[in-house]
Design a binder for this molecule. Structure first.
Ligand code: FE2
Length: 658
């Protein structure tokens, strides 16, 4: 009876509302019936153009200028030191001004809340099962004494939270595969034998590893590659976190057969050559070379030592992308009206980015924050040394995937899935931005005749404004036509929605902190030579810390004496299981809790009906779905190593999450 009564009331309210709506429509029609022909044409033109317009085509330039004047003067480029004194060395800009400050505050609160959610979900998803499994293995909680200890712990997680790489921790193929999938930023071709800091005789089992192909032949055939962290040590920008025994190794990889002609989307064939590790050379604590033919404990340790620094440097490199997009977003606020076709996509790309930088990055780098506690580089040294160092060397042109891979000489590495997926998505974005902008920039000269665009470019390319300036960003003279402006916008979307995700986010949980091959930090000094360690010692003394009982220094003491190679023998990380759980919770903080509308496949950039804009977005979505299908099919057929799904478009956000 009560339900029926409610339905009756609801029906009655609905009827009243529809009748009000109907009468208001009637009123509109009555008043519109007296419209002049000119007004009707204006409406038709508006419908054709939709919400977006470049300033010279705006039917009401005075209103546009007035609205921009309500916003633009209240945004400023300010130094990061104004947010945190520890960031005084950073050479890019934080948001300032009344509106910039307000945006920073609200975004920081949003990201802070999101991190709390990730933390709560992570506790549930990771810590509960791992704790329970550990206690089932050992009543006293000692479940981390062997290199394979982590398998049952990761096995106990729900499948969606199991890291992609955890079963392959001992695989050399997987170690090399990371350089061309999840950690692709720094591998480069070796172009001269003179650049190799060792001889064949220094590499144990050289002929067994390479099939007897000499180093000079590998170089001549373009089959030798390196990731070299020694130059960063030489530049003085690496400092160990408390309790960490950091190294700055140089790793070498080779393709184990003639490089085949590149096949786009070709299924891998059985006898395809593959990238494999050749050797890792230590440079700081020790100077010897370790190879896959050295005793297993030494080779395993060398890979873990390499991964520790590789992860941290990649993380800081990716932070630079956040700060670059912050500069772009501040410039947009200062120069572009909301109706400008570049304004909505830049807002999308920079979604929450100020908050991610201020809450996320600062939280990670703070004294006794995540880097100090769980990772290899100290937060303070990152703030003052490595972050500014990488920022100063940033070049906008290097963010173009094709130019970047070409410059590093790595275009032809077989199985380079970051290249395969990234280039296809990059092409799709270029097609999309061209379609999206074609209606706005349809007239000859309209790009260089767009004063807002010119001001936007000018704000980022004026070298006298050192913190706003982005090295290599195209100038007004370089952005001449629809193609140029489309490529610029595609590059902003690429960095924010694709490249960022290739380097961060999903990657951290799936690869970067997956024990035992990617430990947060190395906990003992490296041995003076190979052949002195057992696997269990590597695990207990260097990776889990379970063999380091009775250590003498507290974290606070260690922090005060932290340098590159601490002057003590063993460190105290507290309870090894708690430490391990802390690293995993750190990884989970980046877990993408993305909802559907935040995805690149759902990008749509107009606040009103705009057919060309919607059509361009739909075409992008369809193309990305085709790419996704190919990637998913390829990885479904991948067995015996980890699956690479970081650039599956259905995983991609449209902004730098997180
Ligand atoms: Fe990020």
């Amino acid at each position: 009876m009560r339900v029926a009564h409610c339905i009756l009331i609801l029906l009655s309210v609905t009827r009243q509302l529809s009748s009000a709506k109907y009468s208001s429509h009637l009123n509109e029609e009555v008043s519109n019936s007296g419209q002049s022909q000119t007004t009707r044409t204006l409406f038709q033109d508006e419908e054709k153009k939709g919400f977006l317009s470049i300033p010279q085509d705006d039917p009401d330039p005075a209103s546009r200028a007035r609205r921009l004047s309500y916003r633009a003067p209240f945004w400023e480029f300010v130094p990061y030191a104004s947010i945190d004194p520890g960031l005084a060395n950073l050479t890019m800009a934080a948001p300032g001004g009344t509106l910039g400050d307000a945006s920073l505050a609200s975004q920081s609160a949003a990201i802070g809340g999101q991190l709390l959610v990730s933390r709560a979900v992570g506790m549930n998803a990771l810590e509960g099962p791992i704790n329970a499994t550990c206690l089932a293995i050992s009543a006293s909680g000692e479940c981390l004494n062997t290199l394979d200890s982590y398998l049952p712990l990761y096995d106990s997680l729900a499948p969606q939270y199991q890291p992609a790489a955890y079963r392959f921790y001992d695989s050399d193929y997987a170690f090399a595969r990371e350089r061309i999938t999840s950690s692709p930023a720094f591998i480069t071709r070796v172009n001269s034998v003179g650049d190799i800091p060792f001889t064949q005789a220094d590499v144990t089992g050289y002929d067994t590893i390479t099939g007897g192909v000499s180093l000079s032949s590998l170089v001549a055939q373009g089959r030798l590659f390196t990731v070299d962290y020694y130059p960063l040590y030489q530049a003085g920008v690496l400092e160990a976190s408390p309790d960490a025994f950091l190294e700055a190794p140089t790793a070498f990889f080779f393709v184990n057969g003639p490089i085949p002609k590149r096949r786009k989307w070709g299924k891998p064939r059985k006898n395809d050559p593959a990238l494999m590790p050749l050797a890792i050379k230590y440079n700081v604590q020790q100077t010897y070379v370790v190879s896959p033919q050295d005793p297993h404990p030494d080779w395993f340790l060398a890979k873990a030592v390499f991964n520790c620094l590789d992860r941290d440097v990649n993380a800081i490199y990716h932070f630079v992308l956040h700060t670059v997009i912050a500069n772009v977003a501040i410039a947009a606020q200062k120069t572009l009206a909301s109706e400008h076709p570049l304004y909505p996509p830049i807002q999308h790309a920079a979604n929450l980015n100020f908050g991610i930088i201020s809450s996320g990055v600062l939280l990670l780098l703070a004294p006794f924050g995540v880097f100090d506690t769980y990772l290899s580089l100290s937060g303070a040294s990152i703030q003052s040394l490595l972050f500014p160092y990488l920022m100063e060397r940033f070049d906008w042109q290097s963010t173009n995937i094709k130019d970047n891979l070409q410059a590093r000489g790595v275009m032809d590495i077989p199985g380079f899935l970051y290249r395969d997926d990234g280039e296809t998505i990059s092409d799709a974005l270029r097609t999309y931005t061209r379609k999206y902008l074609a209606g706005s920039y349809r007239k000859r000269g309209s790009v260089q005749g767009d004063p807002e665009l010119q001001n936007f470019l000018g704000a980022l390319t004026n070298s006298s404004d050192t913190i706003a300036f982005l090295n290599g960003f195209p100038t007004g003279a370089q952005v001449r036509n629809l193609k140029d402006v489309s490529e610029l916008l595609a590059q902003i979307l690429w960095i924010s929605g694709v490249e960022h995700h290739a380097l961060n986010s999903f990657r951290i949980l799936n690869f970067d902190l997956v024990y035992p091959s990617h430990p947060g930090k190395i906990l003992s000094p490296l041995p003076a030579s190979t052949g002195t360690l057992t696997d269990d010692q590597v695990q207990q003394n260097f990776i889990s810390g379970s063999g380091l009982s009775g250590s003498s220094l507290s974290t606070a003491q260690a922090a005060s004496t932290a340098n590159f190679v601490p002057d003590f023998k063993t460190m105290d990380i507290g309870n090894p299981l708690a430490f391990f759980l802390g690293t995993q919770a750190t990884a989970f903080a980046f877990y993408p809790l993305l909802q559907k509308p935040n995805r690149l496949t759902n990008i749509y950039l107009s606040d009103t009906e705009d057919k060309p804009t919607a059509k361009a977005a739909l075409a992008l979505r369809q193309r990305l779905r085709v790419i996704s299908k190919r990637i998913v099919e390829r990885e479904a057929a991948t067995t015996g190593t980890f699956k690479y799904l970081l650039l599956d478009p259905t995983n991609l956000p449209f902004y730098l999450y997180i």
